[in-house]
Design a protein around this ligand. Structure first.
Ligand SMILES: C[S@@+](CC[C@H](N)C(=O)[O-])C[C@H]1O[C@@H](n2cnc3c(N)ncnc32)[C@H](O)[C@@H]1O
Length: 251
């Protein structure tokens, strides 16, 4: 093997290992994470998100939508309730278990599948829209993810990504029970910060990086720098204070 091939296979192995660590991290967090999402689904954030998503998505027809990194099923449930045909994917089996339970309780029919956001097992040109919230910051290969998301979109289809620029932030454990990082073991918080430091996306400033990369894929891109005031409307839930950006890219 030449030195290039050795380097490539070492990088590949490192990425696989990171993906396994990330999966185990979210498996462990799934129960508490789901409790917060249940609260969000029952409170004023849910209709606020539905109103926001309705504004962005084409109106008055059933859409085929992919929710990537669905977690406990938040977007999948809201969008099924709006009458769309939704598939939610996640790499964490435990999160998917929570998503299925939550969908059942909310009486909605979404399809949930275990899948890696960076390696989609769907055909080309398959979905009217792909959406994701709070996922891209934790991907070892966000560029490949974006290529795959574009690939599965129909021509004219819409990619919506909601995320924050977490790269420069260190997460910390909180006593506040309404915080997303309540009830996490300190070791897990430390591990999450360590994983984040390994990720290339943490070195990019966002959403500028996302805009440029999606434009380079030939997509038409619009960015809203902070939509938090429109969707984080539940005073009882304590969200992080970073801006929540929305990237809207058309194939
Ligand atoms: C912060 S949670 C967000 C969940 C959901 N989108 C929400 O807003 O409630 C991130 C989710 O992404 C999932 N995830 C992380 N890496 C992934 C990957 N490579 N492929 C699919 N899902 C992934 C995790 O398992 C977790 O459920």
């Amino acid at each position: 093997m030449d030195s290039n091939t050795i380097q490539q296979s070492a990088a590949y192995e490192k990425e696989k290992q990171l993906n396994r660590q990330i999966e185990a991290y979210w498996d462990e967090r799934s129960t508490d994470f789901s409790k917060l999402r249940q609260k969000e689904l029952k409170g004023p954030c849910a209709p606020a998100w539905q109103a926001y998503l309705k504004k962005k998505l084409p109106a008055e027809r059933e859409l085929k939508i992919l929710d990537i990194g669905t977690g406990a099923g938040f977007f999948a449930i809201l969008l099924s309730k709006l009458g769309h045909k939704v598939t939610g994917i996640d790499m964490s089996a435990d999160m998917l278990h929570q998503a299925k339970q939550n969908a059942l309780v909310m009486d909605c029919r979404a399809d949930f599948r275990k899948m890696d956001a960076q390696e989609l097992a769907f055909p080309d040109n398959h979905f009217d829209a792909v959406l994701s919230r709070n996922l891209t910051w934790t991907l070892p290969d966000a560029m490949e993810a974006y290529r795959q998301w574009r690939r599965v979109l129909k021509a004219g289809g819409l990619l919506l990504n909601f995320d924050s620029d977490y790269g420069l932030t260190a997460f910390s454990r909180k006593e506040d029970q309404a915080d997303v990082h309540a009830n996490i073991r300190q070791e897990l918080v430390t591990e999450c910060n360590a994983i984040k430091e390994e990720l290339r996306i943490s070195t990019h400033r966002r959403p500028q990086w996302d805009r440029e990369f999606l434009c380079s894929l030939g997509m038409e891109v619009e960015v809203e720098e902070d939509i938090a005031p429109q969707v984080r409307v539940d005073k009882e839930m304590h969200f992080d204070t970073l801006p929540l950006f929305c990237i809207c890219a058309r194939k």
